[in-house]
Write a protein that binds this ligand. Structure first.
Ligand code: HEC
Length: 149
């Protein structure tokens, strides 16, 4: 009896491990980093985003408090902010169309980059931002991105 239970336990452990390795393996291939894309994203981030979101992605001071005009300061894009809570598709749309794309009529200091950055350039900037996150945030955000697309 006990022997069978132990064998059963081992079997379950094996299935769980196989599933976990399969998932990690699959994840790794879709998380591949293209160095040229990151290089482009790093440069464009410095040129187009850093003035508000910070050279180190740290955001503006007191970013959770509204400014005197009622608008919000620029949040950090590093792991201390909430950028990693959004899927790739959401980050792409926010950058291209602005936050008004999600909340019509919303007044925000975040510019829409449609017409000044190509889709490829926006993807490169997001790839750069993603590459700065620790593993836990990257995995959370990847799961959200694949669930939504
Ligand atoms: C002129 C200042 C300014 C520039 C330049 C700017 N942003 Fe923003 N961004 C903001 C502000 C302010 C917010 C917060 C807006 C709000 O909540 O109303 C924001 C919000 C965002 C958000 C949503 C943040 C989140 O964590 O949910 C993303 C994504 C974003 N910006 C990406 C970018 C990218 C990518 C660039 C460069 C291509 C960029 N921004 C350039 C001011 C700016």
């Amino acid at each position: 009896m006990r022997k069978r239970a132990v064998l059963g336990g081992l079997l379950i452990a094996g299935v769980v491990a196989a599933a976990a390795f399969g998932w990690l393996g699959g994840g790794r291939s879709s998380d591949q980093i293209d160095p040229d894309q990151i290089k482009l994203g790093t440069r464009l981030y410095a040129e187009r985003c850093a003035s508000c979101h910070g050279a180190k992605l740290e955001g503006q001071p007191n970013w959770q408090e509204p400014l005197s005009d009622g608008r919000m300061p620029a949040p950090p894009h590093d792991a201390s902010g909430h950028t990693w809570h959004h899927s790739d598709a959401e980050l792409f749309t926010i950058t291209k169309k602005g936050l008004g794309a999600f909340v019509p009529g919303y007044r925000s200091d975040m510019p829409a980059f449609e017409g000044t950055l190509s889709d490829e350039e926006i993807r490169a900037i997001i790839a750069f931002i993603r590459s700065t996150w620790p593993r836990t945030e990257r995995e959370y955000q990847r799961a959200r991105s694949t669930a939504r697309s």
